[in-house]
Design a protein around this ligand. Sequence first.
Ligand SMILES: [Fe+2]
Ligand SMILES: [Fe+2]
Length: 285
Amino acid sequence: RVEDVSKDSRHYGQIDAQSGFVTRSILCVPLRAPRIVLGPDRGDVEPRIIGGAQALNKRGGTFNEEDVELFEMFASQAATALQISRLYTGMQRLFDDTIKIIANLSDARDPYTSGHSARVSQFAVAIAEELGWKETYQVRVGGILHDIGKIGVPDAILNKRDRLTEEEFERMKQHPTIGYNAMRHSHAMATHLPMVLPAILEHHVRADGGGYPAERVGPEVSKVGQIVHVADVFDALTSTGRPYRSAIPPEEALAFIRRGSGTEFDPECVEAFCRAWEKGKIKLQ
Ligand SMILES: [Fe+2]
Ligand SMILES: [Fe+2]
């Protein structure tokens, strides 16, 4: 507690000189984060000082003992909220990193799809934004995880240099269902990120009801599946591609997607994708 900073050598006057603000009195208290119990497995987060809170220039006088007590109470609540928010952010980063690692591992198994999941995710978010979606996090996660079921497709099929036989293609076509089945038992996923499931299961479903898996075709097809479908096809066409099908220039891929509007692709998603492209939101790496 400093009643008059002009008489206190600890006050750095340059701050006031630069900002034009005149500091008269100061009240500082530590932000003491309490112990936070995470559960039997994770243990506790120890109590510690995570920063400080500062009040300046009390109106009509100087800070007194009562102000200190009041401000300490305020700082204690703020410290608790900050610490919980830090923990939440940490867990969120852990989740984001984990799904990226899983997707990278899945992409790495298929030598022709390096970086595919990340690009599809980025394109899908751009489409969702153009559709006016306020919340695009689920689309981002859905894009990253959409091909996760390829983990269940044998290497001999993923790495095959020639065209797949009908039987092999049938096996490949199971990847949305494999991914969906792996995820659908997660209660947390279904509760907090429900769109991720249809993004995985329906990303090869066409707008006209074709595509696969067969049991998910028809008018009930989800928008998120259609968003990821457009993003997926664009990346498949423009990235290095399979040995039997080389990459095509983005303008040609865009024309292909435009031609498929209303048949293979959902017209609104096509429009949104074209707008995103024109705005430079679709970045090919
Ligand atoms: Fe796929
Ligand atoms: Fe894909």
